[in-house]
Design a protein around this ligand. Structure first.
Ligand SMILES: [Zn+2]
Length: 76
């Protein structure tokens, strides 16, 4: 059985691994990560997506506006 990560554990993970000089090195504090058409498996399968970041900005945006990504005018 997989035990879910707690919010505190996720915040610690983000800060330790991706919080650089009080900025998120995953999204640049934007809160959203867009890897569509940029990430591929070794076999060439496109597996990118547009997702909320795990940083505080991304978590806040997801909580306040879970439809935000769908509302973006981003070409898939
Ligand atoms: Zn971020």
């Amino acid at each position: 059985m997989i035990k879910p990560i707690t919010k505190s554990q996720m915040a610690t993970l983000w800060f330790d691994e991706y919080g650089k000089r009080n900025h998120c090195c995953l999204c640049g504090n934007y809160g959203v990560i867009n890897t569509r058409n940029r990430v591929f498996t070794a076999a060439g399968v496109e597996c990118g997506d547009i997702v909320f970041c795990i940083c505080p900005n991304g978590r806040s945006w997801k909580k306040q506006d879970p439809q935000a990504i769908e509302n973006m005018k981003v070409n898939p």
